[in-house]
Write a protein that binds this ligand. Structure first.
Ligand code: PMP
Length: 447
């Protein structure tokens, strides 16, 4: 528990107002300490107390374009002036062209998008579409996953954030993960288990829902054969494959989408975060021609007031044009390899680094409290908290050295803007190098 009196005195007026009147997300409210941001440029942001941070996690793994994407800001302002909002029955050039663009950059025959305002809503739509399309209601997802905060999406989420929402929606079934480092089950073996699960469910599953590269639950990249085989298994049992690319999409992995790494076209793909480079709340659920065709003479029973909001769509289109014009997807692949090499050096010098893993600019550092034994620092603060004090402290110490890095479940999550430079990577790795000393000192057997 934080010391309220002490932490309150170093809040400025805005931070105090915010703490009093705005909920902090996923937190004990007495521990929330909002920091006021007063500016941002490139890959850095500045807080009211004069501190500047290099953004090594793109905020919540979403600021893929950094903080100076003028083309996106201008497109939003222009659309807001032309007409900020029209009901979804009207369209705008930005919305139509964004739909067309997504059909172009997503794999295979994915071609028709339902727009919403968040990753959570994108997943909710995917669940409903799969249910309407198949006539089945069950969703198989995996334990090490996060799919959103509302009742449907939190029910299909596997990580501890789901526990407070239980029992959740009916038919949300969890499967094992492709987690070679920390699980007793081999990733390919876990697939055969899923095959059996679907059979035992009597082929009544609407969809298998996965993050093709797992994000907040530890940056898990499955073997190359995993996703193609999973799609085959799902289809063999009459289920669709939904790839949740909310975090992994838009260049994060060095490809447009993580599904591209595995040459797989899912039946439904969800997206948000990088879709607008985090300039506007925008989510999308894109389906294949085949799934889209189903709704020609069946009602598409879904919608929101802000489905396809003109200003958000303007941001989405301008964001994709920026990825293209600045060659950011290829850049993520190239600079990402450098990042991977630099992180491996940390593993060599810090016994508390159990594994560094990932692809492109989507990387994780998992800690261990016993060298060479893969034992997480497991002192969770409560049953739904996903942090541990050691990894929190490592992130805080990186912050003291001017580098913002997110963390979850014993793992530092590294997902900088795709515009990050090699020099900035060196700067951040240097801060992590110092911060990780704390984890080394916290290992079992350390005096
Ligand atoms: N799916 C995945 C894979 C995510 O990482 C997230 C958010 N971290 C969500 C869904 C939910 O997105 P949002 O927070 O925008 O609702």
């Amino acid at each position: 528990m934080g010391d309220d009196t002490e932490s309150e005195t170093d809040l400025n007026e805005i931070e105090r107002l915010d703490k009093a009147h705005v909920f902090g997300t996923w937190s004990f409210q007495n521990e929330v300490r909002p920091r006021q941001v007063v500016g941002a440029e490139g890959n850095r942001f500045e807080t009211a107390d004069g501190e500047e941070y290099l953004d090594f996690s793109g905020q919540l793994m979403c600021s893929n374009l950094g903080h100076s994407a003028d083309r996106v800001a201008d497109a939003m302002a222009e659309q807001a002036r032309e007409g900020a909002y029209f009901a979804p029955g009207y369209t705008t050039e930005n919305r139509a062209r964004l739909g067309e663009k997504l059909a172009e950059v997503t794999p295979g025959s994915l071609s028709k998008t339902f727009f919403s305002t968040s990753g959570t809503e994108a997943v909710e739509a995917a669940i409903k579409i799969a249910r309407m399309y198949t006539g089945n209601h069950k969703i198989v997802s995996r334990y090490r996953s996060y799919h959103g905060a509302t009742y449907g999406s939190i029910s299909v989420t596997g990580d501890p954030r789901r526990l407070m929402a239980e029992p959740g929606i009916p038919g949300a079934i969890k499967a094992p993960d492709p987690y070679a480092y920390g699980s007793t089950m081999d990733p390919m073996e876990s697939l055969e288990y899923i095959d059996e699960m679907l059979m035992l469910e009597g082929d009544t599953v609407a969809a298998v829902l996965v993050e093709p590269v797992v994000g907040s639950n530890g940056i898990l990249v499955p073997p190359p054969e995993y996703l193609p085989r999973l799609k085959e298994i799902a289809h063999d049992h009459g289920a669709l494959l939904i790839c949740d690319e909310v975090m992994s999409g838009f260049g994060r992995t060095g490809e447009w989408f993580a599904s591209d790494l595995f040459d797989v076209t899912p039946d439904i793909m969800t997206m948000a975060k990088g879709l607008s480079g985090a300039y506007a709340p925008l989510g999308g659920t894109i389906v294949t021609d085949e799934v889209a065709a189903h709704f020609e003479d069946e009602m598409f029973c879904h919608g929101h007031t802000y489905a396809g909001h003109p200003v958000a769509c303007a941001a989405g289109l301008a964001a994709i044009e920026t990825y293209e014009s600045e060659g950011l997807i290829d850049r993520a692949d190239e600079v990402g390899r450098y990042l991977g090499d630099r992180l491996e050096e940390l593993q060599e010098t810090h016994p508390s680094v159990g594994e560094t893993r990932g692809v492109g600019l989507f990387r994780g550092i998992e800690l261990t409290k016993r060298a060479d034994e893969r034992v997480p620092f497991g002192e969770r603060k409560d049953k739904i908290s996903t942090g541990t004090t050691v990894v929190d402290e490592v992130a805080a110490r990186a912050g003291d050295r001017g580098v913002y890095v997110a963390n979850m479940i014993n793992t530092l999550i590294i997902a900088p803007p795709l515009s990050i430079t090699r020099e900035e990577i060196d700067e951040a790795v240097d801060a992590l190098d110092h911060a990780l000393d704390h984890a080394d000192e916290s290992m079992e057997g350390t005096p």
